[in-house]
Design a protein around this ligand. Structure first.
Ligand code: GLY
Ligand code: MN
Ligand code: MN
Length: 433
């Protein structure tokens, strides 16, 4: 993210916080994977959104009413020996030089300095409970002030959740953020094409997963979430991630995989025949899901509400299921009673951004939120017909989901995940090329 965008984020947040307030935001903790092996560090999304600072053991402090020193970063000191073992650090000097902090201090000084910064404030913007370890530091600072209150020291009187302001901001993507989301989607689109081309009966699911990891990493990206590569019956398991089974001739494979680029996610699903040709029953289900997706994508425009795409997808899917004989009854009644969820049990999308299931409220004042320019969402209808359901044997073990990433524009939408085969014919053509 460029430094102008980061500065804009901080400025906007501080404007909304108002005077006499302070915001405190810790970086993500380092997580152990096993014994002394750590998970690769991934910065907290809110923290990254405001600072772009990539290290653990750091804290952002924002103080809007100060004329100088509104943005303070606490971080690890430089340390020659530790940097030799564990990697480079920016240190407080680097935080000022490269990340535009007004002031920066060693993280070890946090409890000495923070109480003094809090003291003149009425409100503390801090989200309790997410990081219990860090909650203790904040409490220590407040208690430090309380212990001096008889000597006239002021103590802030309210804690406000920072999420409330920050997550509404994150829902609306700036131009620079959209640029990164386009790039994440583009990398994922190429990876999906590579997987379609590489797929052969007899391969293992993890071998297709490898196509994604390779394409992500060679473009300086990583994965936004664990890839789902489900052949045959596994395509009917919504969060299948074992990816360790053989891909059988005559079956479909469902791949839900997306890159994360510079902190921004993509989230794309394609379902295609392992041998490169859709069978008639597979095509019947696929084309119905595709029709539902097209109807849903059309509803992504300013002024429509969040649930419009989902309702459009449910209408098409339910009508189609009745026509095929998967469901029996009156379409309207089946929708009203939620009977479609026998084969379509998830929603048609979610916000997308730094987190794959991104932040932002879906309802405001108990009403579905209206779509506005800058929001980004997935559109991902599906149908899942596991073996064993009576009367529908023709479609057993067919699981189809088609998922794309869509940004709301001034007068419609932009498909971020463009260029990826979507119709049966397009998929067959890529697979046979
Ligand atoms: N990949 C998770 C989802 O589609 O929501
Ligand atoms: Mn999704
Ligand atoms: Mn997905």
């Amino acid at each position: 993210m460029n430094s102008k965008t980061l500065a804009q984020h901080r400025k906007q947040l501080m404007r909304m916080m108002g005077d006499n307030s302070i915001a405190i935001l810790p970086s993500a903790p380092v997580l152990l994977r096993n014994r002394d092996v750590e998970h690769r560090f991934r910065q907290d999304s809110d923290f990254y959104y405001l600072s772009g600072f990539p290290e653990p053991e750091a804290v952002i402090v924002l103080i809007p009413h100060r004329r100088k020193g509104q943005y303070i970063l606490f971080c690890r000191d430089r340390d020659k020996k530790k940097e030799t073992w564990d990697g480079r650090r920016y240190g407080p000097e680097g935080a000022v030089e490269y990340f535009e902090a007004d002031d920066a201090y060693p993280i070890t000084d946090l409890e000495d300095i923070l109480p003094g910064l809090m003291e003149p404030c009425e409100s503390v913007y801090y989200t309790m409970g997410l990081n219990p370890e860090f909650d203790k530091h904040v409490m220590n600072c407040v208690n430090n002030l309380r212990s001096k209150s008889r000597g006239g020291t002021h103590v802030p009187y309210e804690f406000v959740s920072l999420d409330y302001l920050l997550h509404d901001m994150r829902l609306f993507k700036h131009r620079d953020e959209l640029r990164m989301m386009r790039k994440a989607a583009k990398i994922s689109v190429q990876a999906h094409i590579n997987a379609m081309k590489a797929c052969q009966p007899g391969m293992y699911e993890y071998q297709l997963e490898a196509e994604f990891l390779c394409e992500f990493h060679r473009n300086g990206a990583g994965w936004a979430y664990s890839s789902i590569v489900g052949g045959g019956a596994n395509g009917c398991i919504l969060h299948y991630t074992e990816n360790n089974q053989v891909l059988n001739d005559g079956e479909l494979v469902l791949i839900d995989a997306g890159a994360e680029y510079n902190g921004y996610a993509s989230d794309i699903t394609r379902t295609f025949p392992i041998n490169g040709r859709f069978s008639a029953p597979q095509r019947e289900i696929y084309e119905l899901v595709l029709e539902a997706q097209e109807a849903a994508v059309k509803k992504v425009k300013p002024g429509n509400h969040w649930n419009d795409p989902h309702e459009a997808a449910v209408r098409v899917l339910t009508r189609g299921m009745v026509e095929l004989g998967l469901l029996k009854g009156n379409v309207r009644e089946l929708i009203k009673q939620g009977k479609y969820s026998k084969f379509y049990m998830h929603r048609t999308g979610h916000w997308l951004g730094m987190d794959v299931h991104d932040v932002g409220d879906y309802k405001v004042d108990d009403e579905w939120r209206l779509l506005e320019k800058g929001m980004v969402m997935t559109v991902e209808p599906g149908l899942y017909i596991p073996a064993g359901i009576r009367g529908v044997k023709r479609w057993w073990n067919i699981g189809v989901r088609i998922e794309d990433d869509v940004a709301v524009t001034k007068d419609g939408h932009e498909l971020l995940s463009k260029g990826l085969p979507r119709t049966c014919d397009e998929i067959e053509a890529v697979m046979s090329a």
